[in-house]
Design a binder for this molecule. Sequence first.
Ligand SMILES: [Zn+2]
Length: 246
Amino acid sequence: MKIWNLTRYHLNARSESLVPVTGIWLAIGYVIVSAAPARRLPYLTSQRLPTEQTRYRELSERGQSPAVMVIGCCDSRVSPEVIFDAGPGELFVVRNVANLVPVYQPDGGAHGVSAALEYAVRALRVKHIVVLGHAQCGGIRAFIDDIEPLSPGDFIGRWMAMFIKPGEKVEQRERESKQDFTVRIEKAAVFRSLENLMTFPFVQTAVERGELNLHGAYFGVAEGSLFVLDPVAKEFHSVREEIAST
Ligand SMILES: [Zn+2]
């Protein structure tokens, strides 16, 4: 199912009929009191909250039923709700360093992404999962530059290590610039997460039954541009070009 019929990267997933989302969020206003002492959380107010009260009341009464799960990066520039112009209750979001999905690992351990995935697919029965990669990803950069651990726990290093399979090597190709290499690996993280999603039996079953669709996307931070993955060609295409060609 195609969900990228967009004017501003809207996910048309509110219903099966793919009706374009028309909500416009003009009032995203965070007022940060710059004089706040450094040890205190800056005082935040939102002009958006009051305009959303009816929506929140409805969601409170009937519960959430998002059709789309987004797996994105923690990067503060890559907010799924902003990119897809989504309101409260529309996106079920998991964010982590480099938008990674681990392989299915029922080993008795605590797995945050797997728990969210389990809830989204088994309880909420989302119809779409979007893995949203992005340019200038610090997690990917840390991985390819093999940076020194930032703390004794080396949590970033250990997290990013799951990106590669045993025996796999990630190397810059001959005549490939560092920039192209970085972008290639950022996109590879999307491919790997999509691949790993299918290792979860409940995801695989839902996909095979046609109840769940997996999508890849890549956000260009500098241009504010969105690219979506063509699963057949295994290439990312600009959403703007897709709109222009339809
Ligand atoms: Zn990132």
